[in-house]
Design a protein around this ligand. Sequence first.
Ligand SMILES: [Zn+2]
Length: 258
Amino acid sequence: MRNRVIPKRLAVFFSSAALLLFSVLCSAAGLVLVRTARLPEAPAVQTAESVPQNSVPLLVVDPGHGGQDGGASAEGGDVLEKDLNLAVSGNVADLCAVFGLPVRLTRTEDVLLYDYFGDLDDYTGKQKTYDLKNRLRIAEESGARLLVSVHMNQFPQASCRGFQVYYSPNDPDSRVAAQRIQSAARSFLDRENDREIKPATSAIYLLKHVRIPAVLAECGFLSNPEERALLVSPDYRRRLAAVLFVPAADYLAEQIHD
Ligand SMILES: [Zn+2]
């Protein structure tokens, strides 16, 4: 049975613009947050079993790419998507730590995760496939109630820009979470952003196959000069993190059960 008191109170708290503003103000003030959610032996940060009963359920944040897979790039490879994804995800984990929300990152280092579970002796030619399989497996086996995968975009036409969220077609709650994150991006990053959320096609393996509510945020285009300048700014990335964190916390607070 749903606990109808705590979730509502928490939901109101987390969804308040004041919290988002607080996060932005913290970033503006250069507040250094303690990275208690990022342990050296990660990705084993938290599991659902370690989350106390009646707590907000576990959030898994997945910094896309890593290691030899840099993802999108700009400025001759000086700016790599994998590094920005990790930085934004770390900022989300920081916010979770500050507000006492359980969080787990799929990676906290510059690596791919293809050999995380040691399924094969030789991953030649299968690294990308197993990397994605393992991110999915980490999210599902952790008992998380929401997966947020963090990415940056790239397109041949430099004029393309704008934050956009994709959602998994496998659980209706994915669309709910995606819509909230997209709305937060419009309100707090760019009021001109008219992009709409989209269901993932088979091109997005993680969202197509995952069974828990899941979204993938394309946080901006590295191929657009103005947006790239924003994305390489630590202050802007902390605002991005708040845009991901607040709706995620809002959604997860509604999932508390007795
Ligand atoms: Zn990507």
